[in-house]
Design a protein around this ligand. Structure first.
Ligand SMILES: Cc1cc2nc3c(=O)[nH]c(=O)nc-3n(C[C@H](O)[C@H](O)[C@H](O)COP(=O)(O)OP(=O)(O)OC[C@H]3O[C@@H](n4cnc5c(N)ncnc54)[C@H](O)[C@@H]3O)c2cc1C
Length: 375
């Protein structure tokens, strides 16, 4: 390895080469997917069946979108064919399913700018300068960048990751610990129920007496309260946090009086404020923080060649559900195929008939029937 030395600045040739490559390289693909949530991941599979290559950009360091970032250890009950599947396991399965189609990943980078070239293709550049070029862009950006709503409690930021968290990533962190959850929606209720069997003490604080979550969850919380497994403090608010190196105590305001509550963890679950981020400035038609698409055909946006699928889009009757994202991805890929191969005719084949032919040479096929000669 050569060493360059100039005016006290020292850099080895490998590092120099990698830096140069970083600037020059243009990642080319058939479908450039923005967002590695469940919708973006499944797009790779559907595109692969059509022999289209995909590359995915995600601002997060790992794939899975909301499933990995917000609720990896929660079971999902409405994925067809899976009576119950952990969100993290669903992501693992999707990664396994798309493996034969060898997608490329640019992780930990945010798609920042888009440019339409003269040949009709798009170049998307990230905040770290990585450039990607494709004839089709599929925006599967979900809620956009994750920004939890933080309560306006003085000094709360000093205790972030020191007892205060806005997202539960690993419930095991709370095993045999005292936990206070604040909020009145599904997340606050569901996590209180879940942690009742993990933490040594769960206290749920809400500023109203009524909860906004699913009736079933509210009833479960009531039952756990009667069994002494959850403490409920309503209507009340957390107004202060304290402790030396780690969170130790909260100040609670109830009936216009303040009192202290000792705890190990405080988890305010006030939802995520959706922020489309840079995509909002790409000239796409936006309605209520979501991208308007043509749902009568192919989930294309007002810019031909740019599609929006999954939680990020909106159309009459839209439901932000994983299975809807899967459906949208499937139809979108058919349209992308026609755009990329205008002269080819595609005849849809069931996977049971056509099999799955990976780009890595792998093949999955139903065994062919052996017809024996008739004597
Ligand atoms: C607590 C909770 C429970 C849920 N339970 C269920 C359930 O039981 N059943 C169900 O069907 N749904 C459920 N959902 C909703 C479900 O998680 C979403 O519908 C699903 O995640 C949407 O998938 P997606 O791929 O469209 O978007 P997301 O999962 O939001 O992924 C989008 C990805 O895009 C990335 N991104 C955004 N902008 C950029 C950018 N500019 N550059 C790079 N990357 C970008 C983000 O980082 C993110 O990783 C639940 C959601 C929550 C929060």
């Amino acid at each position: 390895m050569f060493k360059l030395k100039k005016e006290g600045f020292r850099i080895d040739v490998d590092t120099l080469k990698s830096r140069l490559t970083y600037k020059i390289v243009m990642i080319k693909t058939d479908i450039l997917i923005i967002g590695a949530g469940p919708t973006g991941l499944f797009t790779v599979f559907e595109a692969g069946l059509l022999q289209l290559k995909c590359h995915i950009i995600d601002a997060l360091p790992q794939p899975g979108g909301q499933c990995s970032e917000i609720y990896p250890k929660k079971p999902i009950f409405d994925i067809p064919g899976f009576p119950e599947v952990m969100a993290g396991k669903l992501v693992d399965n999707l990664m396994e399913q798309i493996k034969p189609f060898t997608p490329g990943f640019t992780l930990g980078e945010r798609a920042e700018r888009i440019e339409k070239l003269e040949d009709g293709t798009f170049t998307v550049t990230t905040n770290k300068g990585t450039s990607h070029n494709a004839p089709v862009v599929a925006i599967a950006g979900g809620l956009g960048s994750f920004e939890p709503r933080k309560p306006p409690i003085p000094h709360i930021r000093d205790y972030e990751d020191l007892g205060v968290a806005y997202i539960i990533k690993d419930p095991e962190v709370y095993r045999n610990k005292r936990v206070v959850i604040a909020g009145g929606g599904d997340s606050a209720l569901d996590w209180s129920i879940f942690l009742a069997n993990v933490a040594s003490e769960v206290t749920l604080i809400h500023r109203r007496n009524e909860f906004r979550g699913a009736l079933d969850s509210v009833e479960k919380v009531q039952r756990l309260k009667s069994d002494g497994k959850i403490k409920l403090i309503t209507p009340a608010e957390v107004t202060g946090v304290g402790g030396d190196a780690h969170l130790e105590v909260l100040t609670i305001l109830k009936d216009e009086k303040e009192f202290k509550l000792e705890t190990d963890h405080f988890i305010p679950l006030f939802g995520l404020s959706p922020k489309l981020g840079p995509i909002a400035n790409w000239g796409l038609e936006i309605e209520k923080n979501a991208i308007k698409v043509d749902n009568t055909l192919d989930y294309q946006t007002n810019i031909p060649g740019i599609y929006a699928i999954g939680d990020v889009n909106t159309y009459p009757g839209k439901l932000k559900l994983i299975l809807c994202g899967f459906h949208e991805a499937t139809l979108m890929c058919q349209s992308a195929y026609k755009r990329i191969n205008p002269d080819k005719r595609y005849v849809m084949k069931y996977t049971t008939v056509g099999g799955v032919h990976g780009f890595d040479g792998s093949k999955k096929e139903a065994p062919k029937a052996v017809v024996k000669p008739i004597d």
